[in-house]
Design a protein. Structure first.
Length: 486
């Protein structure tokens, strides 16, 4: 029955039950110095709230805790990222983080009192209490980053800044949220403890110390309630901001849409699809993309060799892939088609031989590499939004996907729809070479025909290399078959 109630109402009811238990226990003990009743505590709070001393103590404590927490949060993110990126940083900071986690807070407080004096103790102690948790959560999140998605972003030349705000931040965010659920409360506990021991004037810690000196349990309990409420409000507020940051930073990372004419939003995109203005806008988009694409050049592959363990999958393969030509690697599954595409794209280092090419690739990988919580539009925007407007991206996707699927999370799309989305993303890039690894896997006959048509319409003078074990793909695209299996 309690589960059916709204969350806030459940919280209030549970809180009242605990207050009742507290009151009954205080009546049983009947000793105000051991346990005062909640009624006495409420009276003390009511008397304190109108005073300036009450609010100034809260503000001073809050400001010092906030400074320590924010410094720990920012440095934890920066140094955690550096330690993930560079093993030397990790080796250097690991002992310090271990000391921060292991040494009792009271030891730090006493030492800091000797070194810096009471006014600075609480902020430094909060930093020492919070930093290890933030630092560790950043390391953990980045170590669990989806490296295949990172590889996709590198192939499509997505900048470091956009990768940082999308993939990296989305990877660490769940770990950071879990860490801050504990760290915000810990910062209040450790900060007030430092003020109490240091007797920092004008703070909550000093007020609690005075209640001890004056033997006033009601004051002590009143300030304890203030700390609990303040910590709870800070935690809820900060976690709300932290959760929202994922969407804010994703939006900030998307390239600004290229200038578009004759279209306005979704309705404009539909009208523009058949209007003269819409055709002109798409023509301008095509010319703009062609300008970014630049002059195509051949890919020269010289005696590539690649071995995995005892299995030599590529053995001295050489070829020249020319602009405007289409090629299909049609060897059986397991023959090394994916490895060859990765070698050409520079994602795998060859054991010997080399690939000579200076152009830009776009690629469809064998497995899905998409941002699952983002829409089809946003997935394409991240890699191609600098070259195509939002409406141009929508028009491109609409050639292979139903309109209602373009603005919902990718996680809700079927496997075939996701495959078509990845094909559109590769075609949207102004690359000189398209590398497609089993791009038609999971597509029905009708979808496959639409995909063939779209590739032929959007290919222009680009090199097309497809890995496929279906000979029908070579016939449909009028492509040359390349045999390379050992």
């Amino acid at each position: 029955m309690l589960k059916r109630l709204p969350k806030l109402l459940r919280f209030i009811i549970v809180g009242l039950v605990w207050l009742l238990i507290w009151h009954l226990i205080s009546l049983m003990i009947d000793n105000v110095f051991l346990l005062c009743s909640p009624i006495e505590v409420v009276r003390t709070l009511i008397a304190s709230v109108p005073t300036w001393e009450f609010w100034s103590a809260i503000l001073l404590t809050f400001s010092r805790i906030l400074i320590g927490f924010l410094v720990a949060f920012i440095l934890g993110i920066v140094l955690g990222a550096l330690s993930w990126r560079y093993s030397l940083f990790d080796a250097f900071f690991t002992p310090a983080v271990y000391v921060m986690k292991s040494v009792p807070v009271v030891c730090f407080i006493v030492l800091l009192l000797f070194w810096f004096g009471a006014p600075f103790v609480s902020s430094i102690v909060v930093f020492l209490a919070v930093f290890p948790a933030i630092y560790s959560s950043i390391l953990e999140g980045l170590h669990n980053r989806d490296e295949k998605t990172a590889e996709m972003l590198r192939v499509h030349n997505v900048s470091f800044f956009r990768t940082l705000l999308t993939l990296n931040w989305q990877s660490v965010l769940p770990y950071l949220i879990a860490s801050c659920q504990v760290s915000v409360g810990t910062s209040w506990k450790s900060g007030v403890a430092a003020e109490f021991i240091a007797t920092t004037l004008g703070t909550i810690g000093e007020q609690m110390y005075q209640s001890k000196i004056l033997l006033s349990p009601a004051d002590l309990f009143a300030w304890t309630i203030v700390i609990v409420v303040a910590a709870l409000l800070c935690e809820k507020g900060f976690l709300r901001l932290l959760r929202a940051s994922g969407n804010w930073l994703w939006k900030a990372a998307l390239p600004k849409p290229a200038l578009q004419k004759g279209t306005h939003g979704k309705a404009g995109a539909r009208r523009g699809a058949h209007s003269e203005a819409g055709m002109r806008a798409r023509g301008e988009g095509a010319m703009r993309t062609a300008r970014h694409r630049g002059q195509a050049e051949s890919i020269t592959v010289n005696r590539l060799v690649k071995t995995f363990g005892d299995n030599r999958v590529i053995d001295g393969f050489s070829a020249i892939f020319k602009p405007g030509q289409r090629y299909v690697l049609s060897d059986p599954s397991g023959a090394g088609k994916t490895s060859l595409l990765s070698l050409i794209a520079g994602l795998l280092p060859p054991d010997s031989g080399n690939v000579v090419y200076k152009g830009q690739f776009s690629m469809v990988f064998q497995e899905a590499r998409l941002f699952e919580e983002r829409s089809a539009i946003e997935n394409v925007q991240l890699v191609a939004g600098s070259y195509l407007s939002t409406n141009e991206i929508r028009d491109l996707l609409s050639e292979l996907l139903p309109p209602e699927s373009l603005d919902i999370p990718v996680s809700q799309l079927s496997g075939g729809m996701r495959r078509r989305l990845e094909l559109c993303r590769a075609l949207a890039m102004p690359s000189q070479t398209l590398l497609l690894d089993e791009p038609f896997a999971g597509l029905d006959d009708a979808s496959r025909e639409l995909a063939y048509t779209l590739i032929l319409n959007k290919l222009d003078n680009r090199i097309l290399v497809i890995a496929s074990h279906d000979q029908e793909d070579a016939y449909a695209l009028d492509a040359q078959t390349v045999d390379f299996a050992t």
